[in-house]
Design a protein. Structure first.
Lengths: 196, 317
């Protein structure tokens, strides 16, 4: 069958073409997601009840994380890891901004957020938004969260993403990490972004 | 993931009230990520087919009961998995993502091909438009390359060696962990992946299942088709089994971006693997039966003695 022979020849050529375009090794310790997600953009209110947008944090390396203050494990450990990473940066830490966006704005009022993020350091901001703002942001960065059924006392947990999205000073997405990467690796990459 | 009982720090507020039922219903039906392309393609196909049916009925030509049903069912399935709340679930749960691809690449594609809707849809296009499109591509020299290229491309992807490799290759490609990771983050990659699955499914099953009389430039004998559909089942079984039986999480993007509901990552992966393994491979069985039926029908038409298999006594009817 000549068509089979022709197909085989074409496939061989394709394999050769694919093999010849080599990929360079990823230079960052965290997952490099440059270009995979849209630029940083949002409109939320911060822990002082001020309206803030992404433009307010231009020039800083932004670490975006979704969580809630009643979170028993993932959020405090993630934020503590980030605090450790920032402390190890020395003067570069001033170029960093952690944005903790609550997925539980019902319980996380501005006051609650203020005392919570204040515990981790001056580079930490707590942001909240209404349903539409939060949905827009979670869709933009493709994260999911949902409320678990409440217990007898009305307490409920929220299942949410573990992602730390890292943007450079221009608002371009660069890296994706999580608490499991550890403070050292995170600090190492942040230093490089701060130098750029 | 935060799931343990929280210790309240502030006076408890009531749990956010769930949205009214009307809004919930809309949430499930309205597109999660609205794509004008999907809407337009589905709508135009549906309208063209409906108009074609009407035109054929007016001329007294039979269209049968099953082909229209298969066509609309296939089209509706494609639309639902691409443009409703299902799409949100597919983005945030591995096994629903596998179910989405099972529909796009296998089930809906198979239904659309069995309906063989091209003839009916062509009847549905207003004759004036059809004539104008014909002259446009024939007379405008600058546009002449388009049908030529489309035909060439069609021949390449319908090559008996390329088509099955493409069919299986796409599944393996998008399930390569690093490629899968990027596809679930980047909207463009995600859409390319899903469109690719839907289109490739139709192309592949068309090559395998269409009656030889309906295929023009490319046609493969029925025995070769049976060989191809059984061969494509094998790598799908191996890949599905590999995913289902793998002891560690292969696709970490769902944990990083959050799952649609609480489920153990390994359970999610196991169900996803099973969906890649069993129903996908079963489609090859279904396809084999269809091909066998075409083979027998053609033999009978040629007046040759039908093989023993086709005799009622052996079918136990």
């Amino acid at each position: 069958m000549p068509s089979i022979r022709r197909g085989a020849a074409g496939l061989l050529a394709l394999c050769w073409a694919l093999a010849s375009c080599g990929t360079s090794a990823p230079p960052f310790a965290l997952q490099n997601v440059t270009g995979l997600l849209p630029r940083l953009k949002f409109q939320l209110t911060d822990q002082d009840d001020r309206l803030v947008t992404a433009d307010d944090y231009r020039g800083k390396v932004v670490l975006l994380y979704f969580g809630y203050t009643h979170c028993p494990d993932a959020c405090p450990t993630t934020l503590a890891t980030l605090a450790t990473a920032l402390r190890s940066l020395g003067p570069d830490a001033a170029k960093m901004q952690v944005l903790f966006v609550t997925v539980d704005p019902q319980r996380d009022t501005a006051a609650v957020l203020k005392s919570y993020v204040g515990f981790f350091g001056p580079q930490f901001a707590g942001l909240r938004g209404d349903d539409a703002e939060l949905t827009a942001l979670s869709k933009r960065y493709r994260i999911a969260y949902h409320l678990e059924p409440p217990d007898r006392n009305g307490n409920y947990a929220v299942d949410h993403s573990s992602a730390i999205f890292i943007f450079d000073g221009t608002g371009r997405v660069r890296l994706l990490g999580n608490e499991g990467d550890g403070a050292q690796k995170i600090a190492q990459d942040l230093r490089r972004l701060a130098a750029a | 993931m935060c799931r343990r009982l929280p210790v309240p720090r502030t006076p408890l507020l009531p749990r956010p009230t769930s949205p009214p039922p009307m809004r919930t219903a809309l949430l499930y039906i309205l597109p999660w990520d609205f794509s004008p392309t999907v809407l337009l393609v589905c709508l135009v196909s549906a309208v063209a087919y409906a108009r074609g049916l009407k035109a054929l009925h007016a001329r007294g030509e039979a269209t049968g009961f099953w082909p229209p049903l298969a066509f609309y069912l296939g089209l509706a399935l494609d639309y639902v998995v691409l443009q409703t709340y299902f799409d949100y679930l597919a983005q945030h749960m591995f096994w629903i993502h596998r179910l989405q691809h099972l529909v796009l690449h296998h089930l809906a594609a198979l239904l659309l091909v069995l309906a063989a809707p091209a003839h009916v849809m062509q009847e549905g296009v207003p004759p004036a438009w059809r004539a104008r499109a014909g002259t446009l591509f024939r007379e405008r020299k600058s546009l002449a390359w388009m049908p030529w290229t489309a035909q060439r491309l069609f021949r390449i992807v319908q090559n008996p060696l390329v088509a099955p490799l493409l069919f299986v290759g796409l599944i393996f490609f998008w399930l390569t962990p690093s490629i899968h990771f990027a596809a679930m983050l980047d909207v463009n990659r995600y859409r390319t992946m899903n469109w690719g699955m839907a289109v490739d499914g139709i192309l592949f099953w068309w090559l395998m299942l269409a009656p030889r009389t309906a295929q023009r430039s490319v046609a493969i004998g029925y025995p070769v088709r049976i060989l191809i559909v059984s061969l494509v089942a094998l790598p799908q079984i191996l890949l599905g089994a590999y995913i289902a039986l793998h002891g560690t999480v292969l696709f970490d993007v769902y944990a990083i971006c959050g799952r649609a509901w609480a489920i153990s990552p390994l359970t999610d992966q196991q169900i996803g693997g099973l969906l890649t393994w069993i129903p996908a491979a079963m489609m090859s069985g279904v396809a084999m039966l269809v091909i066998l039926r075409r083979l027998l029908a053609e033999e009978a038409q040629r007046g040759a003695a039908p093989p023993r298999l086709a005799q009622p006594a052996n079918r136990g009817v």
